[in-house]
Design a protein around this ligand. Sequence first.
Ligand SMILES: NC(=O)c1ccc[n+]([C@@H]2O[C@H](COP(=O)([O-])OP(=O)(O)OC[C@H]3O[C@@H](n4cnc5c(N)ncnc54)[C@H](OP(=O)(O)O)[C@@H]3O)[C@@H](O)[C@H]2O)c1
Length: 250
Amino acid sequence: MNISGKKCLVIGASSGIGAELSRQLASHGCPVALVSRREDQLNSLADDINRIAGRNLARVYPADVTDYAAAPKILQQVIGELGGLDVVVYSSGTMPKVGADEYNTEKDIGMVEVNLLGAIAWLNPVAERFAKTKSGVIVGIGSVAGDRGRRGMPVYNTTKAALETYLEALRNRLGQYGVQVTTIKPGFIRTPMTEGLSIPLPAGTPEKTAADIIAAIESGAGVTYTPGFWRYVMTLIKLLPSPVMQKLSF
Ligand SMILES: NC(=O)c1ccc[n+]([C@@H]2O[C@H](COP(=O)([O-])OP(=O)(O)OC[C@H]3O[C@@H](n4cnc5c(N)ncnc54)[C@H](OP(=O)(O)O)[C@@H]3O)[C@@H](O)[C@H]2O)c1
């Protein structure tokens, strides 16, 4: 798909990867619907995008992805106001700090709700529509963290692994209708999510991540690691036997 002018929806657009992706989509002439909770952030992003574009490319739809029943209604509103829909990106995510001996069910359920259940609530109706229109691209932001369960963040790992399995299943279901489903697997990226964390390997930027997402959409990729070297790092980590994983401190 050539991204130029495509009608896009970014869920989790108020900061980090989603905000930068929204800017870059607009720079390709794409009308873009911006979804997340913080209305002020969305409004100032939309103002910026529209000022740079010199026309109204960005529209704001404040929503909490854990309000599952709202998703199909807002989706219909977006489709009506954009006059169609070509690309949907689910970037909403949360990764609270988890102590080494912490087992906090409330915190863990919060991650499952935003990282996984919100994605299902938004992408199910999108999948249904794209299967009918026999077109469209669905992008989910997974993580290298979905490749193995690690001692540092058991439930964040779980949500990303589950999200990636869901996206793989959508890809297998929707391929027959010509619908593309792309999983993006970032390594460490410098965004508000990773602020204050010590990062063991060179961190990526939101700018390069967004450019890689657009390249993946245009090339029809199924799964893309970004920065690209993470594909090789994770190939090695996936080969590590369980007794070795138990000794690793990350
Ligand atoms: N940064 C990294 O190193 C990294 C690595 C791998 C994967 N990822 C993934 O990349 C995605 C984007 O992360 P980021 O680094 O850009 O982090 P970020 O800057 O913290 O952005 C997170 C986004 O999720 C939205 N969000 C959180 N809770 C929400 C809710 N209940 N309803 C609606 N939206 C919600 C936030 O918007 P509001 O607060 O306005 O609602 C914000 O727009 C996430 O899925 C993350 O897991 C990040």
